[in-house]
Design a protein around this ligand. Structure first.
Ligand code: MF3
Ligand code: CO
Length: 270
């Protein structure tokens, strides 16, 4: 396993890619409403990529046909945008990435639309907070599975959720998916040591029921085997040369959410 180490200049370019991703996701988040289709959200992302002179890392990836993934309710990840209008009470997960000057960003969020079942809201909040806890745990000098344990522990402290086992986070850099693979469960203290210049995409995927999944005949959409609703959050973050983290795909670099967990972010990329 080779983990690509990025220089400060390379991290600065990755931040630019991360900002394109963050801003596009904000535009999509603002557009999500009852009656809107996921193809319309994809079009917003296509448009923003063009405006910012960035390229899609999803389009054409193993033949993937769109620039976003849109997964609704029991679709957990990798749903393909379509013309079905979003309905009241749906929970919508959007995953999106971009390339700037050869450097990749990757991020995802879930959001409820209209009248949201409180249990679905708790599912999404749990998934999001587990991502932040994973990033906070993935410190310079620690080990890869410190992230995995922090994610799993937080999720399990919140209730009975299924944590997907066949999918996880990953290194990111000059490719969207690099070593190492990052499990969303496990025991801390194992795997490679975390070092400055590493950039990792942390992405917990959970359901209100089973961790078991099936892939639809479209060969992409991952659904929960018991059709329970799922959530997915993702951010790409860097361990900066000063040893502090910076969340490349968060508008504020992760200042607020990591700060709440007692972690100070780097000022090298602001
Ligand atoms: N962004 C996803 C991930 O988080 C991968 C999307 S697969 C694609 O790793 F084909 F849609 F690009
Ligand atoms: Co990813």
């Amino acid at each position: 396993m080779v983990i690509q180490i990025k220089s400060l200049d390379q991290l600065k370019t990755m931040r630019r890619a991360g900002l394109v991703v963050a801003q596009s996701l904000e535009l999509m988040r603002d557009a999500i409403a009852v009656g809107v289709t996921t193809n319309q959200l994809d079009a917003i992302a296509v448009d923003h990529l063009k405006k910012r002179n960035a390229k899609s890392n999803f389009l054409g990836y193993h033949g993937y046909p769109k620039v976003i993934c849109a997964s609704i309710n029991h679709e957990i990840v990798h749903g393909i945008p379509n013309d079905r209008p979003i309905a009241d009470g749906d929970i919508v997960s959007i995953d999106f990435g971009a390339i700037v000057e050869g450097w990749h960003g990757d991020s995802a969020f879930s959001v409820g639309v209209g009248t949201v079942d409180p249990q679905d809201q708790k599912l999404m909040d749990t998934c999001e907070e587990s991502m932040w806890r994973g990033i906070a745990a993935g410190k310079n000098g620690g080990h890869l599975t410190d992230i995995s344990e922090a994610i799993e522990k937080y999720i399990n402290s919140q209730g009975k959720y299924g944590i997907l086992r066949e999918y996880g986070g990953h290194g990111i850099g000059t490719e969207m998916h690099q070593d190492p693979h990052i499990l969303n469960f496990g025991k801390a203290g194992f795997g490679p040591e975390l070092k400055p210049g590493m950039t990792l995409a942390i992405e917990p995927m959970i359901t209100r029921g089973t961790a078991k999944t099936n892939v639809l005949t479209d060969e992409w959409t991952v659904i929960s085997a018991d059709k329970s609703n799922g959530a997915h959050f993702e951010h790409s973050y860097a361990i900066c040369p000063d040893g502090k983290p910076f969340v490349l795909t968060a508008l504020d670099g992760g200042k607020e959410r990591l700060g709440a967990l007692g972690v100070e972010i780097s000022d090298l990329l602001s």
